[in-house]
Design a protein around this ligand. Structure first.
Ligand code: HEC
Ligand code: HEC
Length: 204
């Protein structure tokens, strides 16, 4: 190979490598969650609380959560949140119609050969827990309202978001799906900090 040709190849490889590195860096930034401590500069407690919730919103509005907290009665699939194929609906108990029960296809864990996600409790969140298409402020009002959050006190959301294993699936979603940002423990820490600062909501 001539030296000129070799130089071009080396140059192109370096360019490709730097493009990839740039992509990886932006991926990491959008996938990270800020720690509760990074909000201490906001001295007004209510504003700090709302800012912490806004950070948590990166998780709540992620397709790994909204695909199961959709508007309407049909779950969504993938990072683009397309309508579930084959067509299924929630039905009264969230577990699907008698002939299309979620558990027929969704097993106790992810089934990688078929790329089907799974968990023993796999089913659709009830209608009043719709997050898709809502602003962070609207989700916040709803999530702290016992009439729309499954009768929970805000304190119980710390455990639910930080520890529940169905919620936890969102960080280990299996092949072809991007995980929710940060870690489940970090999300739980944000909920805890939000509750301790008075569970204030961002403007709707
Ligand atoms: C006939 C089989 C079948 C039934 C029944 C079924 N699913 Fe699925 N579901 C799949 C398959 C296959 C995938 C993976 C396809 C993909 O994501 O490209 C999937 C993916 C999903 C996803 C996407 C997860 C994500 O974030 O990408 C959700 C949410 C979901 N199903 C919810 C449900 C719910 C809730 C029910 C019951 C109401 C249900 N499914 C019933 C086959 C089924
Ligand atoms: C496979 C479907 C599924 C996925 C994925 C899912 N949820 Fe849920 N979620 C449910 C169901 C079903 C309920 C209602 C059962 C209950 O109240 O315990 C629920 C209820 C909740 C509640 C309590 C009600 C409320 O709105 O305050 C919270 C909080 C919650 N989910 C958080 C999350 C978060 C955060 C994610 C993503 C990291 C997530 N969920 C992903 C199915 C899902």
């Amino acid at each position: 190979m001539s030296e000129a040709k070799f130089r071009i190849i080396v140059g192109m490889t370096a360019l490709a490598a730097s493009l990839c590195a740039g992509y990886a860096a932006s991926e990491t930034a959008s996938h990270a969650l800020a720690a509760p401590e990074s909000f201490t500069a906001i001295s007004d407690t209510e504003k700090r609380s709302a800012a912490i919730f806004t950070e948590l919103g990166k998780v709540l509005t992620h397709p790994r959560c909204t695909n199961c907290h959709p508007a309407g009665d049909t779950p969504r699939q993938g990072d683009v949140s397309r309508i579930h194929q084959p067509p299924v609906t929630r039905s009264a108990d969230g577990h699907g119609s008698p002939t299309m029960r979620c558990a027929t296809c969704h097993q106790h864990g992810n089934f990688e050969p078929g790329r089907v996600p799974g968990h023993p409790e796999w089913h659709l969140a009830p209608r009043e827990m719709t997050w898709a298409g809502k602003t962070i402020g609207e989700i916040c009002e709803q999530i702290r309202d016992p009439a729309r959050n499954g009768g929970r006190k805000v304190e119980e959301l710390i455990e639910h978001i930080g520890k529940d294993t169905l919620v936890g699936w969102a960080w280990y979603p299996g092949f072809g799906r991007s995980p929710a940002p940060g870690t489940q423990a970090q999300a739980g820490a944000l909920v805890e900090a939000w509750v301790k600062t008075g569970a204030a909501c961002p403007a709707p």
